[in-house]
Design a protein around this ligand. Sequence first.
Ligand SMILES: Cc1cc2nc3c(=O)[nH]c(=O)nc-3n(C[C@H](O)[C@H](O)[C@H](O)COP(=O)(O)O)c2cc1C
Length: 180
Amino acid sequence: MSLPLYPGPAPDARPPERDAFRVLVAYASKHGSTGEIAAVVAATLVEAGIRADVMPAADVRDLAGYGAVVLGSGLYSATWLRDANRFVRAHRAALAGLPVWLFSSGPLDRSADLDDIPMTTHVTGSIDGLAIRGHRTFGGLLRDDAPEVAAGILSTHRTGDFRDWEAIRRWAREIGAALG
Ligand SMILES: Cc1cc2nc3c(=O)[nH]c(=O)nc-3n(C[C@H](O)[C@H](O)[C@H](O)COP(=O)(O)O)c2cc1C
């Protein structure tokens, strides 16, 4: 389902060609934290005067009407979630004709704040053939009550919220500027 964050101003408030431009921010998220990043990216674009919809990648039927796409996924075992990979496969032809930005969210430490962490090789394979305008890795979130923690299968991960909201907003503003 589409969640239009910016219904648009009254007619004549802005040039018509700008009103026609919409950005889709699609995401794949198992525990919700990547969806929250996607919502902030979309809200930041809206603040920059760009219409943006945010929705789960699995809910996107087609890209008609969109002038650019931002796609993000949580990382699990260095791999994007299935919904993000399916999104790329299903919309490959349309994505080839649009400016596309990607983000991964995952590191459960401050490493993403310190360095520009490149796409994992799994992710590079998933987006093979697409011309990407940019990619960022943001820190992730793992709650103490996550089932994986309870199951004790994550000895190497720590829990906590490592998302850097200012870095996320800054990146979204860069996208807005590139589109502007
Ligand atoms: C089973 C499991 C495997 C994970 N593997 C990785 C990984 O390979 N690389 C990474 O950076 N983060 C990894 N993480 C951290 C998640 O990417 C992080 O919790 C992220 O914020 C989850 O996004 P989501 O809440 O949208 O599902 C893993 C987390 C779990 C629970």
